[in-house]
Write a protein that binds this ligand. Structure first.
Ligand SMILES: Cc1cc2nc3c(=O)[nH]c(=O)nc-3n(C[C@H](O)[C@H](O)[C@H](O)COP(=O)(O)OP(=O)(O)OC[C@H]3O[C@@H](n4cnc5c(N)ncnc54)[C@H](O)[C@@H]3O)c2cc1C
Length: 401
């Protein structure tokens, strides 16, 4: 079969949060001849999956058809990128097409490595273990939480960068608050396994989360990871990385989060940062431009910039990518800078939330004037449940926020 040859001035790989936002902004900036490569017919608003797993939102509110979101004037190539040849400016696809570009934006998201923890993939097929990290499984999380009346519930977080580092603990608080309301919290031992020495990377939020965990009587295992799961025995092996010890906890419910990395084809290709074993795309953390290939930009979960991997970060990265890409097309230097802003809406109960906003300095960078968002607040809950989804679908993905 002859190779299909396709040429576009600007090509985007991945039509998730980052890809659609950049495509919409490029069109608004008057850039034409843009193509977007993505095989998925669905687009997910993943932040809602925490609330789906906590029984606070239906799963179908987190999904829309990709075709309804591709900006007008952008060519959608329903295919997967499998290789980038940056020397010849070519993207090779799974269907065998050869797509050439002048400028390339790479944002295929992060890879969930379920098989990296022995037993994790197996355990997910049993009626005791779930994960909010997929659309299909998030409703199962709520099913398990809803039915539990006594026993041990384990919530895990892996080491290394993951998308939304707050999500592994948010679901523990939503579950604990539900069990408190049902009057069964006293009968449930909750174990939260965190790889980090603190609850969160920014002290003021970490201190607040310590109080939240204590309020629910959660046993927090810091500097620890689940390293093995025996699905049949319902046993999780927890390793303490400081003391170098292991112990086993028998569970009746477990919420797991897998280790994450760049997609394998990125990791094995020329765009990856050779110094980073997780293989993220090697970009300048301020300009978002590739360090070795100036026609290439990356943003979102697949990029190497050391921000917290969130949609909120992408909201600030996308305008920088578009401005710097445009500068390149016009023969100017990239001068726009991303300073590492990210935010994490930490749901601490079924009615309250703490909005953690920070940047590369790891200091709080509150963006809402007059109110103290470093404390749990009820109004922030409504922002998470209704305000942020509205902002996402209507303003961010249309290139207006
Ligand atoms: C449970 C959970 C809770 C979260 N909570 C929050 C939160 O509260 N706040 C927040 O800001 N963020 C949150 N996030 C993180 C946020 O959803 C991600 O950071 C964001 O979606 C990343 O965007 P992205 O475009 O990089 O990747 P994605 O949105 O994952 O999109 C990647 C796209 O690339 C496509 N793709 C993959 N491989 C290829 C390929 N080879 N070729 C072409 N296309 C490809 C996929 O089909 C997909 O459309 C949460 C995530 C999860 C899972």
């Amino acid at each position: 079969m002859a190779t299909q040859r396709i040429a576009h001035r600007t090509v985007i790989i991945g039509g998730g949060t980052a890809g659609i936002t950049v495509a919409a902004r490029l069109r608004r900036a008057g850039i034409d001849d843009v193509a977007l490569i993505d095989p998925s017919t669905e687009h997910y608003y993943q932040p809602l999956w925490t609330l789906v797993g906590g029984g606070c939102a239906p799963a179908n509110k987190s999904v829309r058809s990709q075709s309804s979101l591709i900006p007008r004037g952008v060519a959608w190539l329903k295919d997967s990128a499998v290789e980038v040849d940056p020397t010849n400016h070519v993207v090779h696809t799974a269907a065998g097409a050869r797509v050439t570009y002048d400028r390339l934006v790479v944002c295929p998201g992060i890879q969930l490595n379920w098989n990296k923890i022995p037993g994790m993939a197996d355990a997910l097929t049993t009626p005791y273990v779930s994960s909010n990290y997929t659309y299909e499984l998030a409703p199962k999380t709520w099913d398990l939480i809803r039915k539990m009346r006594s026993g041990t519930a384990v919530f895990t977080m892996p080491a290394g960068p993951i998308k939304c580092a707050g999500a592994p603990q948010k679901i523990a608080y939503l579950a604990a608050d539900y069990w408190r309301g049902e009057g069964v919290l006293g009968q449930i031992r909750i174990v939260l396994v965190l790889p980090t020495p603190g609850m969160f990377g920014v002290k003021v939020f970490s201190d607040e989360l310590e109080k939240v965990a204590a309020r629910y009587g959660i046993e927090v295992r810091k500097s620890s990871e689940v390293v093995e799961i025996d699905a049949e025995a319902r046993r999780a092996v927890i390793q303490n990385n400081i003391e170098n010890t292991k112990d086993a906890v028998d569970y009746d419910l477990m919420h797991v989060v897998p280790p994450q990395s760049a997609p394998d084809w990125i990791k094995a290709g020329p765009l990856a940062d050779p110094a980073n074993p997780a293989g993220y795309i090697e970009i300048d953390k301020h300009t978002m431009r590739h360090v070795r290939f100036p026609e290439i930009f990356a943003l979102g979960d697949a990029g190497s910039s050391p921000n917290s991997k969130t949609g909120a970060a992408i909201r600030k990265q996308a305008p920088v990518v578009v401005a710097n890409l445009r500068a390149g097309l016009e023969g100017r230097d990239p001068v726009e800078r991303y300073e590492g802003y990210a935010s994490c809406p930490l749901t601490t109960s079924r009615h309250k939330m703490l909005l953690a906003e920070f940047d590369y300095t790891m200091e709080p960078t509150p963006s809402i004037p007059l109110i103290n968002t470093t404390r749990e607040r009820r109004d922030m809950w409504y922002l998470k449940r209704y305000g942020l989804p509205f902002l996402y679908w209507n303003l961010m993905l249309t290139g207006r926020a």
